[in-house]
Design a protein around this ligand. Sequence first.
Ligand code: FE2
Length: 485
Amino acid sequence: MGAHRVEALEEAGRRVFAVRTNALAALPTLPRRAPMMRRCPTHDVNAESSTSIGADAYFDESWRVLRIERCEPAGSAAGRVGPSGAARGFEARQLTTRTFYPDGDPAAWEYAKFCVRSSVFTLVTAPRRSLAEIQPRPAQVVDHLFELHLDLSTAAAVALRETLSASHPLRRLLTPFLHQTITVNDRAHDLLVAERSMVSRTLAFTGEGLQLAWDAAPSLVCAAAMQPGGAAAELSGASPFERLMHIVDRERYLEARRAGGVDTPYERQAGRLYRVFKAYVEASLRAVYPTAASLAADAEMTGFAEGLLRSLSTTAPLVAQPGAGSAGGTHEVVAVRGLPPPQLAELCTCLIATVCDRVTAGHEQAGHLAVYAKDVRFCAWRWPVGEARGNKQSAITQAILTSFTFMPMPKLLAAPGSEDDWSHLFGGVAGEEGLRASYADFQRELRALADDFDAYNAAAPTRPFPDGWGLWTNHPALLEVSVNL
Ligand SMILES: [Fe+2]
């Protein structure tokens, strides 16, 4: 669940890898004896939670754990001090750092590993010690609930319905990938996100802490690193269009990570799957638009791209908003409709491919967590101080939250003529023959990729550490076609 959060760093002249969550330590968590519990029965289940969330795990080049650093509130659970966080509306915690080593006390090491797993499970941010300094890093709640449900899939569904007529080829192409998305996201809001719903009852954060996490969400998604001022140093000096392309083109995004030192089997498989999506979109658009100029001349297509880019939290700061002209804020922005046709066609292709990729493989990676959630001895959304397991209240609320999820969706990989085959959508639309052909090619490519990934998994026992495991989160045969709850 943390593969997409791996960072490459330099320490004393050598390469190390890290998965970091310590910035969460700044978020207020429920005290052991919450005053509210005495008058509000709904807070009883939270009364045992007083630990902070967050732990940074560091690995050497061969992926052996070097150490775990854990930021914890100084002193007792009442060690929250102000007013340094007052500007953000909360009292900042004074934190101290404990470092754990694999050859140290065995019980302490087990506790540190549990904290890492549980903190990644909750959400992952940057290694800074203050919430005000949070840098763009993904988060479980952010990656899944915010980025995939509330931001990307919602914005795509809205843009599709507002800009594309019922028979538009792009609307037909995207229909499977947004299947039931409005219903799913409505349920996600009511069951998980709303105040006093399951997330607020299950996580360790106070209402204030959770609100701070939601407020910070737009700056915490992975792709925010590509924005002006983001963490992607290799993009210093890049034009707004180049930055925009690093957000909407997963191939560029993954290449930037590879250039930064993150080149893992997970990332390589993610890149292969994205290229299949991109080839499908390219072939489909070619079937409808013989030239880039003809695509640029389609007001519905450009309206969709512009509407979606203006809505997404990661791309909105880089795209000209209505009435804002060609420049906005502290940096130049992209006027989508003013782009030369070849650039506009490339932008549309990558944007559509990324929507397909994120709602399938992105959701599998960040959203399918039941296997982790089912045992609070492995990881928990909250746990008592010093205990390497969640308590029975955590187990109950974790199980209840999980029981709200896993609404079944059609499979991405579809045998021709099966109930998962969406090729009928192309009947009667412009470019029908080409669209049907590209869909058939797409399915063949997915099948071939699934076979390759099966072979990779079958050979896992023959590979030495750290590659002796299978990978499934990008496996086409396991992916569902749209986000589910
Ligand atoms: Fe989901």
